[in-house]
Structure formats: structure tokens, C-alpha cells
Design a protein around this ligand. Structure first.
Ligand SMILES: Nc1ncnc2c1ncn2[C@@H]1O[C@H](COP(=O)(O)OP(=O)(O)OP(=O)(O)O)[C@@H](O)[C@H]1O
Ligand SMILES: [Mg+2]
Length: 259
């Protein structure tokens, strides 16, 4: 059993107008086997949290910790974080020209496990995982995400998740842009990963429809750089009804932002 603890995390980015604080004291604990949904308005800092945990250099940690089984991952390089068991499915997966999916996945698997997977079992595993996600085998030879449609990129993220077997996965809007069938297929992939490895999941989403397939244990509202409310699955339905108005900081409407 593993635990990911985010403690009073403050993060900023460099902007043309100087340093801008985005995360303002985020606190969260996720255990193995738990699924947490994170919902919140555009621009509140959800992707910032995801990228900060994964180690994107643009995000500057001002203070706070992110402990994976007691070890502060914020002190680690991005590859060390991945080896420690953290995985990020990006909101906007990047295209990597000239690197085939198959080479990328095999290299990542080798790095994370500390040894190369046996070729025969690996090919079988990759083939089966792609089949489960209804991905054409031809995708294995294509460059990572290059020219993939939005939905195909999201499938490719879940393919990585299934093959790399992390302890914790952050899924940043993995459901957005998926057609109804793809939503089901991608959700099944996430649920398989959870069943196989007691994965802990942080799922950033704007829509309750994915929560019908991937059942959250806990739902959080994230607003203005921090978690402001935590509840059960019913909180997601409540948010769909009422929106985020009651969770926005004073004076944060669009008119005052432009004043
Ligand atoms: N270089 C930058 N200059 C100015 N603002 C920035 C910069 N980088 C990030 N931000 C701001 O940080 C805030 C948080 O962005 P982030 O992508 O984390 O939001 P989000 O909660 O994931 O939103 P969404 O739901 O739309 O994906 C936004 O207001 C964004 O404009
Ligand atoms: Mg985002």
C-alpha cells in the first residue's frame, strides 16, 4: 500500500509581468486503490498541479511537499519520479517526431523496471493492450502522438498507463474530446490498471459522464490554486447542477479580471 501526500503546495510560473502564483496551498492525500476526481473552473490550476507533480520545469515550487511513501518527489528529476511510480496522462499529449510508439514504450518500460522486458512476452503484452484499447496495430510503428487525433492521443496515454504500471496516475482530462465508444474503452483501460495494480488515481475532469465508468471514491473541488471542498460522488452531480460560483474567490468574475 502506497500513499501520495501533497502538503501545502505553493507553485508559480514566470510570466511577462513577473512571477505569478498559481498553486496557493494545495493539500491532498491519495492512497493505493483510491480514485479521486478533481473538478474545478478553467484556469484554477489543475494542470499546474499535474505538471508540478510530474516535474515540468516551467512550474516553480515556492514551498510545500509532495511525498510518495514519505519521499519528497519534488526533489527528484522527472525520470526519478516516474521510476518512483508516478504517471501523468497529459491534457495535451506532446508529439515526438521520429520516435516510434513501440520504441518509446519499450524504452520507458526498460527504464522504469530497471531491465528490458523479454521480447516475446513484451510484444504479446503490447499487442493485447492495444487490442483492448481498440488501437490499430499500425499505431505501434507511428511516431509518438504525431498526427494522432485528439481521441487517439488519449488512448495512447492510457496504453502507456497500462503497460508501465505506476503506483499513482494523474489523468488530466483524459476524457475530454472522446466519443462515447472511446470514453468507454479508455475508462475500461483505466479500470483494468486499477484492478491489476491497486493504482491510486487523481482524475481531473470537467464532466460527470466519465464518473459513470470510473467510479470516484472522493470528489474534490479545486479553485484558485487549492482544494476548497471534498465530498463523495454526489458532489460531482451537485457541481453539475450549481456550477462553481460559490467556490470562486471574492471579486474573481470576468469583469473585475479585466478592470
Ligand atoms: N506563462 C504564463 N503566463 C501567465 N499565466 C500563466 C502562464 N502559465 C500558466 N498561467 C496561468 O495559470 C493558470 C492555471 O492554469 P492551468 O492550466 O493549471 O489551469 P487548469 O485548472 O488546468 O484549467 P483548464 O480547466 O482550462 O485545463 C491559468 O490562469 C493560466 O493562464
Ligand atoms: Mg488543465
Amino acid at each position: 500500500m502506497s500513499t501520495l501526500e501533497i502538503k501545502d503546495l505553493h507553485v508559480s510560473v514566470e510570466t511577462k509581468e513577473g512571477r505569478k502564483q498559481i498553486l496557493k496551498g494545495a493539500n491532498l492525500t491519495v492512497n493505493s486503490g483510491e480514485t479521486h476526481a478533481i473538478m474545478g473552473p478553467n484556469g484554477s490550476g489543475k494542470s499546474t498541479l499535474a505538471y508540478t507533480l510530474a516535474g515540468h520545469p516551467k512550474y516553480l515550487v515556492d514551498s510545500g511537499q509532495a511525498l510518495l511513501d514519505g519521499e519528497d518527489i519534488l526533489r527528484m528529476t522527472p525520470d526519478e519520479r516516474a521510476k518512483a511510480g508516478l504517471f501523468l496522462a497529459m491534457q495535451y499529449p506532446v508529439e515526438v517526431s521520429g520516435v516510434s510508439m513501440t520504441n518509446f514504450l519499450r524504452t520507458a518500460k526498460t527504464e522504469i523496471d530497471g531491465k528490458a522486458p523479454a521480447i516475446r512476452t513484451w510484444s504479446k503484452e503490447l499487442g493485447q493492450a492495444m487490442k483492448n484499447l481498440r488501437m490499430d496495430p499500425k499505431f505501434a510503428q507511428r511516431s509518438v502522438n504525431e498526427g494522432f487525433s485528439g481521441g487517439e492521443k488519449k488512448r495512447a496515454e492510457v496504453l502507456q498507463l497500462e503497460l508501465l504500471r505506476p503506483k499513482f496516475a494523474i489523468l488530466d482530462e483524459t476524457d475530454s474530446g472522446l466519443d462515447v465508444d472511446a470514453l468507454r474503452v479508455v475508462s475500461e483501460g483505466v479500470n483494468r490498471a486499477k484492478e491489476n495494480t491497486a493504482l491510486g488515481i487523481l482524475m481531473v475532469t470537467h464532466y460527470t459522464r466519465i464518473l459513470r465508468y470510473i467510479k470516484p471514491d472522493i470528489v474534490h473541488v479545486f479553485s484558485d490554486g487549492r482544494f476548497v471542498k471534498t465530498g463523495g460522488p454526489e458532489l460531482a452531480d451537485e457541481l453539475e447542477e450549481t456550477g462553481y460560483d460559490q467556490y470562486l474567490p471574492e471579486g474573481s468574475d470576468s469583469e473585475s479580471a479585466l478592470a
